[in-house]
Design a protein. Structure first.
Ligand SMILES: Nc1nc2c(ncn2[C@@H]2O[C@H](COP(=O)(O)OP(=O)(O)O)[C@@H](O)[C@H]2O)c(=O)[nH]1
Ligand SMILES: [Mg+2]
Length: 313
């Protein structure tokens, strides 16, 4: 496909169109992904999550610049599950990442919810692959919050960084289960505000309790993203984690798990669609419903016979 050739040859327009196709679930997206797939698997994917306003975009901007200074190319996907807007960069993010927009070595894209959240995590994963095939060395996936849907989104990442800020009060209790599970590196941003040390202490306690059996103890880095303070240290921590997962087979294991999940989800979705096409659209479903309601038949028997009919050839 021409669009794939162009993307692989470095066309930003082709990359942009590809992500649009992924986002809108155009039929051609599947064909594009097929051809891009052999070119993926090279980028370091960094997930960044945390509450709204924590400074994720500000931090992404600074981190991206740090990686650019090391000669690496950067892709950024800002995912906002609460926003119906997408396409270009969400305005606030664009301002926050101002310094990057003129850099040819950086590609920024926002994605919002056009469909379901579940769909969003799958689309994010495909967008990451497009950036990867394009040749980006480092790909940031910024997503709001620390709930289950965000956890799904950051599953596309090799390393996950959780950004917290002082003054969240009891919130940290509420989110701790989720964040302890997914955070490889913790950043306490807005360290210029009161309470950063207290938050660090609380977090350290939680990680100590949680981490006894774990080989990797997530580091906690204090940052003032708006002033660029602590960014180099953060990059060092991220690099350290990436080296660790590469050397200890964790990266391999995570990618294996991710590949498995992806294949299973794709398969389930395809089977679901196939069944929908054969039962719902042909009107057979309504007949079954009548039979079930009148007790002429039951759901279990119908499912069994449909499976025999549709899947066993
Ligand atoms: N005081 C202070 N403000 C910051 C810091 N980092 C970011 N901010 C501000 O916090 C606000 C939210 O930042 P943003 O990056 O958009 O947060 P996001 O929603 O997590 O992406 C912006 O007004 C930033 O300028 C920091 O280290 N200290
Ligand atoms: Mg943001």
């Amino acid at each position: 496909m021409d669009i794939v050739k162009d993307l692989l040859n470095g066309s930003r327009l082709a990359l942009s169109r590809t992500i649009t196709a992924i986002e809108n679930e155009y039929d051609e997206a599947v064909d594009i992904m097929k051809e891009l797939y052999p070119h993926t698997g090279h980028a370091f994917v960094l997930g960044i999550t945390g509450p709204p306003g924590a400074g994720k975009s500000t931090m992404t901007d600074k981190l991206a610049r740090a990686y650019r200074n090391m000669g690496k190319t950067v892709g950024i996907i800002a995912v906002d599950p609460t926003s119906p807007f997408s396409g270009g960069a969400i305005l606030g993010d664009r301002i926050r990442m101002n310094s990057l927009t003129l850099d040819e070595g950086v590609f920024i894209r926002s994605m919002g919810t056009r469909g379901s959240l579940g769909g969003l995590s799958h689309k994010t994963a495909d967008a990451v692959k497009a950036l990867d095939a394009f040749g980006k060395d480092v790909i940031f996936v910024e997503t709001v919050g620390v709930g289950q849907s965000e956890v799904d989104i950051v599953k596309a990442a090799d390393t996950t960084m959780v950004v917290l800020i002082p003054g969240m009060g009891d919130d940290i209790q509420a989110i701790k289960a989720g964040i302890l599970e997914i955070g490889d590196v913790f950043a306490i941003n807005k360290a210029d505000h009161d309470g950063a040390d207290k938050l660090q202490m609380e977090l350290n306690m939680m990680l100590d309790l949680d981490g006894e059996m774990k080989e990797w103890r997530p580091p906690i880095q204090k940052v003032i993203a708006s002033q660029g303070e602590g960014i180099n240290e953060l990059v060092a921590q991220l690099d350290k984690h990436y080296s660790y997962i590469k050397e200890n087979g964790v990266l391999e294991q995570r990618r294996h798990e991710r590949t498995r999940t992806e294949l299973m989800e794709l398969l389930n979705a395809s089977i679901g669609r196939y069944i929908t096409n054969s039962i719902v659209k042909t009107g057979r479903l309504d007949n079954y419903l009548e039979d079930i309601k009148s007790r002429a038949n039951d759901p279990y028997t119908i499912v069994r016979s449909l499976l025999d009919e549709l899947l066993v050839k």
